[in-house]
Design a protein around this ligand. Sequence first.
Ligand SMILES: NC(=O)c1ccc[n+]([C@@H]2O[C@H](COP(=O)([O-])OP(=O)(O)OC[C@H]3O[C@@H](n4cnc5c(N)ncnc54)[C@H](OP(=O)(O)O)[C@@H]3O)[C@@H](O)[C@H]2O)c1
Ligand SMILES: *[C@@H]1O[C@H](CO)[C@@H](O)[C@H](O)[C@H]1NC(C)=O
Ligand SMILES: *[C@@H]1O[C@H](CO)[C@@H](O)[C@H](O)[C@H]1NC(C)=O
Length: 331
Amino acid sequence: MMMLLGITSICCIAIAVVAFLAISFILLLQIFIYMTTGVCKSQKKMNGKTVIITGCTSGIGKETAFDLANRGARLIMACRNVAAAKNLKDQFVKETGNNNIIVKKLDLSSLKSVREFAEQINREENRLDVLIHNAGTAETFKKKTTDDGLEMTMATNQYGPFLLTHLLIDLMKQSAPSRIVVVASELYRLASLNLDNLNPTTTLPAYLYYVSKYANIVFTMELARRLKGTGVTANCLHPGLIDSGIWRNVPAPLSWGLQIIVKGFFKTPKQGAQTTIHLAVSDELDNVTGKYYLDCREYGLSQSIKNHTNAKKFWELSENIVQLKSTDPKI
Ligand SMILES: NC(=O)c1ccc[n+]([C@@H]2O[C@H](COP(=O)([O-])OP(=O)(O)OC[C@H]3O[C@@H](n4cnc5c(N)ncnc54)[C@H](OP(=O)(O)O)[C@@H]3O)[C@@H](O)[C@H]2O)c1
Ligand SMILES: *[C@@H]1O[C@H](CO)[C@@H](O)[C@H](O)[C@H]1NC(C)=O
Ligand SMILES: *[C@@H]1O[C@H](CO)[C@@H](O)[C@H](O)[C@H]1NC(C)=O
């Protein structure tokens, strides 16, 4: 009897110790995330500046859009889900007092939609100071192909933004100094770019997400080189690992474990938006181009991703993939 009690209490103490350690670990980690997260300290106002941000109905994009609206920018919300974007716009207007916010339909997975969007912008806007490529999608297993015959993840995350950049570049040059900001990811380190298969319709989509983020960085570096001397800069970033909608396509039961990690250890969308905001507004970035940022600081890239020869080849092949016309602006 005595011995049984002894064992029970030892077990209880052991469980309590483990629970205490686990909670302390999570708390310490949260403090660590809080302390190390980069925060955009710039107080810069954006009145008189026009900003386009893609995919701002949820996650990081939503927080970035709110911040830019709050700084007084003319904000163009380029979104696939127009109804959701309009609701959000009303909320932004109410919360920031900025009436200069508009919603435009843009589905980056459709070359036609990208062209229609750009035509409208070129017709209706007289300047474009900041273009933020934020929209992104990730699938785990489900292979999808767009109406243009392109693999869905690559089309949405890379080729749509590539075409859009071309179609808006003249307006950005006229508005110089102007900035292009690309939301990439550290997860690029898990991938590489196969120049012999740039439309990988049979590859596992989960892997293609990393490939698309690798492509985003190669694209930004080459874009910056091509735009030297125009007054248009191009930089990219890793926002951190964020509790956003990007994980929504992970199927159960994988998603159950993931949710615990996402909720317990990842940054909030507001924290995740800081580096994008920094690159979009901060005076420090005035003449900075062709750089990669993390936590509002410049960050190193792997050797392989910096290969100019491959970047140039990727660029030229991409022009064909997005069916760039001879009448379109060349970069
Ligand atoms: N979350 C992270 O940990 C993390 C880490 C590194 C990088 N990133 C990058 O951060 C960016 C923002 O992602 P998030 O984490 O904020 O995810 P999110 O909450 O899923 O937001 C993604 C946004 O992109 C939009 N979008 C998706 N497909 C689109 C399309 N075909 N055309 C136009 N818009 C489209 C979505 O619109 P709908 O509402 O219509 O779907 C949504 O507004 C992405 O580029 C992502 O790769 C995220
Ligand atoms: C950026 O470059 C312009 C033109 O060369 C110059 O006038 C300006 O002072 C520079 N800004 C910074 C922050 O270096
Ligand atoms: C870039 O990649 C090519 C092969 O794709 C290789 O031949 C070349 O040596 C690389 N350049 C550098 C500077 O690493």
